[in-house]
Ligand binder design. Structure first.
Ligand SMILES: O=C(O)C1=C[C@@H](OP(=O)(O)O)[C@@H](O)[C@H](O)C1
Ligand SMILES: C=C(OP(=O)(O)O)C(=O)O
Length: 408
């Protein structure tokens, strides 16, 4: 397995990082595009493997939709195959087949889709045999496992002859992603109502238009973290908007407490260092993809922050709680469960001369630990794992002057 070695570096002179586009926005507009009669003009689609996989499956339309390790691609294409009344097998990597999908399948079956599991009940792979007649226009769905099930159903809702009323039950996680879905749908002419826990979408048609995908705020987070941990410097991140559809833009507020000042200008954000105010607590319920970034930043900066809203981390690309605990321990830090579902960062007090990070087939493990280079030498195993969301990540590290040596 390839490993890369990163030299220690803690000063960053002004560097422009040409951030990649958001895979979450891209995967939504691709599904909406496939469901629109007429031509849309989509620009800045993500280079992320998750998006490239979506593009290729929609274009080639093979009988087996192998989504690899892409959660949104799996969940959105499952609903898409049903509404377009296709026979498809949905599958992915072994980890993808360990990530639950029963809540979405149950909802689609209630609406009228015929879906059979090919392995374990509630998990991919499964065979979809389309949706020939709408049996119900009202569906109740748990909101605490993955918002991707809700987004998948919402995007097909306008095409259902009777529309759809989704009743969200219990705690709703990753709400910002549901809002991103609805905002994107309304950009393509769809109207909806969201009152209390009910979202209603009537039968209507997507209207062709143009859509430019914004840069990726989850990817931006690693540069905020690098500057927060550095001794000095500034960075410019291009293609980010102050009023973003992406909930991970919360990183501006979090990093404001961890010593990074953000100024929106020239179509992006200038990051500069400012005194650390301190982070006491953050609830990651609506921005789970930032949790690893902020955990590592706090561990490096000596912040004993408590974190909540980490429940969904266990069913992502890996069990991210376990993975974080294992890797933080390598520099004498921890993410300790101090009460049920309340985690406290135990910062590092002694830093080894080199730390070797195992990445658990999770792009965010590789990228979140990169800022450790401000304190020590770092080796990262399986660096190509970043291709899932940010294939140019290591090239961008080199732009900032970080020296990287690869060893196979
Ligand atoms: O809809 C989306 O684009 C996403 C929703 C989130 O997943 P969950 O809803 O499963 O938390 C997030 O973690 C994922 O990276 C992308
Ligand atoms: C959880 C993620 O992606 P997905 O669920 O779409 O695989 C992620 O990118 O961090």
């Amino acid at each position: 397995m390839e490993t890369i070695h990163l030299a220690q570096k803690s000063d960053f002179s002004a560097t422009h990082i040409p951030l990649p586009s958001s895979k979450s926005e891209s995967n939504r507009v691709l599904i909406i595009d496939a469901l629109t009669e007429g031509e849309n003009k989509l620009s800045n689609l993500a280079e992320a493997r998750d998006t490239q996989t979506m593009i290729s499956l929609l274009e080639k339309n093979p009988p087996v939709f192998d989504v690899l390790d892409a959660g949104t691609t799996m969940r959105f294409l499952t609903a898409y195959a049903a509404i377009t009344n296709q026979n498809k097998v949905m599958t992915g990597t072994p980890r993808m087949c360990d990530r639950p999908i029963g809540i979405l399948v149950d909802a689609l079956r209630t609406i009228g889709a015929e879906i059979h599991y090919l392995g374990v009940e509630g998990y991919p792979p499964m065979a979809i045999h389309g949706l020939s007649e709408q049996k119900s226009e009202k569906v109740k769905i748990r909101g605490d496992v993955s918002s991707q099930y809700i987004s998948a159903l919402l995007m097909i809702a306008p095409l259902l002859p009777k529309g759809l009323e989704l009743e969200l039950e219990g705690k709703v996680g990753s709400r910002s992603y549901i809002e991103m879905t609805l905002d994107t749908m309304s950009h393509f002419g769809i109207s909806y109502e969201w009152i209390d826990n009910k979202i209603t979408v009537a039968h209507q048609a997507y209207q062709p238009t143009t859509f430019a995908v914004e840069s990726d705020w989850s990817g931006a987070g690693y540069w905020f973290s690098l500057l927060a941990c550095a001794d000095s410097g500034e960075l410019f991140l291009s293609g980010l908007k102050e009023n973003s559809l992406q909930g991970d833009s919360a990183v501006v507020e979090i990093m404001g407490q961890l010593g990074v000042k953000s100024t929106f200008k020239d179509g992006g954000v200038l990051l500069e260092k400012q005194p650390v105010k301190g982070l006491k607590h953050w609830d990651f319920t609506h921005c789970p993809d930032l949790a690893q970034t902020i955990a590592v930043t706090c561990a490096i900066l000596g912040q004993n922050a408590t974190f909540t809203g980490l429940e969904s981390l266990k069913i992502k690309e890996t069990d991210r709680i376990y993975a974080l605990q294992q890797e933080l321990a390598k520099f004498n830090a921890d993410l300790k469960e101090v009460e049920p579902e309340v985690y406290q960062v135990i910062p590092s007090v002694t830093m080894p001369a080199e730390v070797k990070i195992h990445t658990y087939e999770d792009h965010r493990m590789a990228m979140a630990f990169m800022p450790l280079i401000t304190k020590t030498r770092v080796s990262i195993e399986d660096p190509s794992v970043v291709n899932k969301s940010y294939p140019s990540f290591w090239k961008h590290c080199e732009l900032t002057g970080i020296s990287i040596v690869s060893q196979s």
